[in-house]
Every structure is written in structure tokens, then in C-alpha cells.
Design a protein around this ligand. Sequence first.
Ligand code: SAH
Length: 218
Amino acid sequence: MSQVLSGSGMTSQRTRSRMIERLREKGIRNERVLAALAAVPRHVFIEEALASRAYEDTALPLGFSQTISQPFIVARMIEVLLEGRELGKTLEIGAGCGYQAAVLAQLTKEIYAVERIEPLLAKAKLNLRAIQQFRVRLKYADGQLGLPEAAPFDTIIVAAAASSVPPALLQQLALGGRMLLPVGKGEQYLLLVEHRAEGFVETRLDGVRFVPLLSGLE
Ligand code: SAH
């Protein structure tokens, strides 16, 4: 048993650095983002049956019809949020298994993550504990409503596609803050929302494919 574990540990190191090389080839330039992804063992967040595919640059099933985000998308979104600034107090909507929250926790001290499917939240807790990541404050909540008790946030990152920007999230975005979310029903794209003195400025970025942002709790 311990042999199997140390064996897969070594494989994980090698395949993890290959994953980082692929992210570089695909255009991720921010070294802090690459280092954050390199520091998080993605296989811990994935079902054992799929663990051999943990460092492929693909989305993988999490159960409950949800998927763990593709490393490139995680890297790309964080790179956009980090450009020219720090993340500051961060809210992630859609924690899933906790992978992206673990990456964010490498880059900011204050990180909240909400999830609407209770068993997934429980999984995220176990996964984050397994990698000794105690910084992420996980909450069982409908993220469409944000997290009023901890608002305002400097950064909001949404891991599921909304049909339009949830108004509560705009209200909870601090002045100078940045939110990045996938928007759209069929065709989806990433929308960057910046809260400037003159108002909210929206910029449409890459086409993407995310699971839908849903209402209520499960
Ligand atoms: N961040 C995850 C991705 C999970 S997939 C990762 O690192 O892999 C998106 C997640 O968003 C799913 O777990 C889904 O249950 C969750 N979700 C969808 N709508 C939500 C809502 N309104 N509030 C909170 N979580 C939501």
C-alpha cells in the first residue's frame, strides 16, 4: 500500500510539472499563477478511478452532474483577476470539490468559497483538509445571493454559468474590485466586471463551457 502511494506520488510530481508546461504553451504567462497551480496536487480532488487523468488539461466529472474545472480555465481566470493587482478578499461561487479554492488560497490570505450541493461541500472540506489547506472558509449557500455577511469582496470568481450577472454579486463587489464570471445559456463567454468610480465596466473575454449556475440548495 505505501509503495503504491509513494509510486503515485512520484508520478504526480512529474505529471504535474508537465501540466504546468502545457499551461505555459497554451499562453499562461503569470508565474505566480503557474506556481499556485503547481503547488496544488489535483489528484487529491479527483475520484480514485480518474486519478490517473488528474494532470490532463481537461474537466473531469465530480459526481452530482458537476465537473472539476479544466486547469487552463482556472489559470486563465485567475490570471485575468490578478493582472496589475492583488486578489485581496476573494469569494468563489461554486466550490465543487475545492480545487480552484485551493489554488486561490495560494494567492490570497482571505478566501471564501460557497457551494449549493451539500455532499460536494463535504468533499471539498475533506480534500482541503487532506492537503492541509485551512485558509479557505467554505459555506453552504446559494452563491447567486453572494455572501452578504463577509461582503464587500475585492475579487469574485464564479465557477458556473449565469444567464445574466446576479445583482447581489455586483452589490458585494468592492470599489476597485473585479469579478469574473461565465455568462450565457447556449453560447457562454467569460465576462470581466470592474467596479470603478464611474460605475461597473464590463469586458467580454473568451468563449467557455461551464455547468449552469442554479438557484437554491441541494
Ligand atoms: N470550482 C470547482 C468547479 C466546480 S463546478 C473546481 O475547482 O473544480 C461548479 C460548481 O458550482 C458545482 O459544484 C455546482 O454545484 C456549483 N454551483 C452552481 N450553482 C451554484 C450556486 N447558485 N451557488 C453555489 N454553487 C453553485
